[in-house]
Design a protein around this ligand. Structure first.
Ligand SMILES: [Zn+2]
Ligand SMILES: [Zn+2]
Length: 106
């Protein structure tokens, strides 16, 4: 968690022109710091993607959901906690043919 140097408010990450900048929630001041945090978050998400890629071959497949991209009826699926812990995990699908990944909206 990063705090504003000017007013001490919480800094919220915002995407501006493809880059992530931290903007104060209270006064709107952009932080020039926080680069370390951006890098570590990026590494973390890449690790996450890699884990999914590595697990891909072991994932169960389903014919319940057709690929929205190529129409293939077989897809790998897995559950992932995307929001807070008290909300149900989201089911993700990955097409066995074209590799397109999508999530199930309930
Ligand atoms: Zn501020
Ligand atoms: Zn597909």
């Amino acid at each position: 968690m990063e705090f504003c140097k000017k007013c001490g408010g919480i800094l919220i990450p915002k995407k501006v022109g493809g880059k992530t900048v931290f903007v104060c929630r209270n006064c709107g001041k952009k932080s020039d710091g926080g680069i370390g945090i951006i890098i570590s978050e990026k590494v973390k998400s890449e690790d996450n993607i890699k884990t999914i890629e590595q697990r891909k071959e072991e994932l169960p497949t389903t014919t319940e959901s057709a690929c929205p991209k190529c129409g293939n009826r077989e897809a790998f699926w897995w559950m992932q906690q995307t929001r807070s812990i008290d909300e149900p995990p989201t089911r993700f699908y990955k097409c066995t043919k074209c590799g397109y990944t999508w999530r199930e909206y309930s």
